[in-house]
Ligand binder design. Structure first.
Ligand SMILES: *[C@@H]1O[C@H](CO)[C@@H](O)[C@H](O)[C@H]1NC(C)=O
Ligand SMILES: *[C@@H]1O[C@H](CO)[C@@H](O)[C@H](O)[C@H]1NC(C)=O
Ligand SMILES: *[C@@H]1O[C@H](CO)[C@@H](O)[C@H](O)[C@H]1NC(C)=O
Ligand SMILES: *[C@@H]1O[C@H](CO)[C@@H](O)[C@H](O)[C@H]1NC(C)=O
Ligand SMILES: *[C@@H]1O[C@H](CO)[C@@H](O)[C@H](O)[C@H]1NC(C)=O
Length: 346
């Protein structure tokens, strides 16, 4: 009888705390005039206050220590330096960018405007690698937003790019509140991103993303995702985030940084950061699946676009692949259709 009573008491307390927390969450608010060039939406189609994104806890095989990174990337002399005093209580947006993708950087700068950044107390950085014959000095003189590491800009080197910015940001004594990592071919919905910043910038120990609860290991050597046993020995990747867009609490920067020497590296940078470098830290993975659109063929995109009208919430992040099927004009046009769908009342 006593146990039953105790359990009942615990349940009552938990429910009370939950209701209290939810009822004290600030209402989502956005001043359209202050956030740049997008028009007011007829409907926001954002989750209500009491909505919690689905939570996953880390599962999967033990995390190994080896293989370790074979070098630590350094800043080049054309890179900007991070000004630590600007990071305090900010949201930092980190975009993995290919050094030669000036067009994409220009597109993203035009979207994530200075006004929008100020309104959201956010800073934007591009992180690029190196190629001997490409310089970014003049771009940096103009915009001052490119961090450059001295690693070769290749697909299998992207985890080193992640090590680079994690190390650079965690050198600062005070970390930002929130870090948002994007790939450079990702389109973002600014109303939705403002919502996520307001919802998530006051929490510790979480990553919000499209969660893979049990990532599958591809052993077919012909696949782009092929992993040898030497690179990764288990048959389950465990819980991690898709890399196109993820948000994590600022307190995890130091965790990631200190785990670089303790956990194995893998060229899959999303797995490396959102699983391996998390290490033993107990975190929540919030699923933003309902806000993501990630397609790998034109047919898949067609299907997803047809279903969009039935989606309850805004699409906040999207990428359209294969990239060669979507020249910039076509992408922009598809994305603007998605935005107008985001703004329509259902
Ligand atoms: C970065 O600098 C350190 C120390 O100067 C050096 O040991 C390391 O090899 C450098 N990294 C690369 C990729 O050259
Ligand atoms: C930067 O380093 C490169 C070699 O890595 C050198 O050629 C160049 O002159 C340096 N630039 C400046 C501004 O120091
Ligand atoms: C830029 O780099 C990508 C691969 O990273 C390559 O496919 C493309 O041809 C490069 N473009 C230019 C203009 O060098
Ligand atoms: C750099 O070199 C590569 C091949 O070596 C070439 O394809 C590319 O056009 C060069 N880029 C610039 C900006 O000169
Ligand atoms: C990664 O970059 C390093 C340093 O620039 C280079 O030596 C290495 O070949 C690159 N690795 C891959 C897999 O491209």
């Amino acid at each position: 009888m006593k146990t039953v009573y105790r359990i009942f008491l615990v349940v009552v307390i938990v429910v009370f705390c939950l209701v209290f927390t939810i009822s004290t969450l600030p209402e989502f608010s956005i001043k359209f005039g202050a956030t740049g060039a997008f028009e007011a939406a007829a409907c926001l189609n954002l989750p209500p206050n009491q909505h919690v994104h689905p939570v996953f806890l880390a599962q999967g095989p033990k995390l190994e220590k080896y293989p370790q990174p074979i070098y630590l990337p350094n800043k080049t002399n054309q890179s900007i330096s991070i000004n630590c005093k600007y990071l305090r209580q900010k949201t930092v947006i980190v975009i993995h960018s290919d050094i030669n993708d000036t067009n994409w950087r220009d597109y993203q700068r035009s979207l994530v405007s200075k006004d929008w950044l100020n309104y959201n107390n956010a800073i934007l950085y591009f992180v690029v690698g190196s190629r001997t014959n490409i310089t970014i000095s003049s771009e940096n003189q103009k915009y001052g937003d490119i961090l450059q590491s001295d690693i070769d800009e290749t697909y299998h080197n992207i985890s080193y790019k992640a090590i680079f910015w994690i190390k650079e940001f965690s050198k600062c004594e005070e970390t930002p509140n929130l870090i948002i990592k994007l790939d450079d071919d990702v389109h973002v919905d600014l109303i939705g991103l403002t919502f996520l910043i307001q919802r998530y910038s006051k929490q510790d120990d979480f990553i919000a993303c499209r969660v893979f609860p049990h990532g599958t290991v591809v052993r077919n050597p012909l696949s782009k995702w092929y992993l040898s046993k030497k690179e990764y020995k288990y048959n389950d990747l465990g819980t991690y985030c898709q890399g196109m867009a993820y948000l994590f609490s600022g307190n995890l920067l130091k965790t990631f940084s200190s785990n670089i020497a303790k956990r194995q590296i893998l060229w899959m940078d999303d797995w490396y950061v959102t699983r391996s470098l998390v290490g033993d830290q107990k975190i929540s993975y919030y699923s933003l699946d309902q806000h993501m659109l990630s397609t790998n063929s034109e047919n898949e995109l067609k299907q997803r676009l047809l279903n969009l009208k039935h989606k309850k919430f805004r699409t906040i992040f999207a990428h359209f692949r294969p990239s060669q099927s979507y020249p910039m004009d076509k992408r922009k046009q598809i994305w603007s259709e998605i935005i107008s769908n985001n703004n329509q009342c259902r």
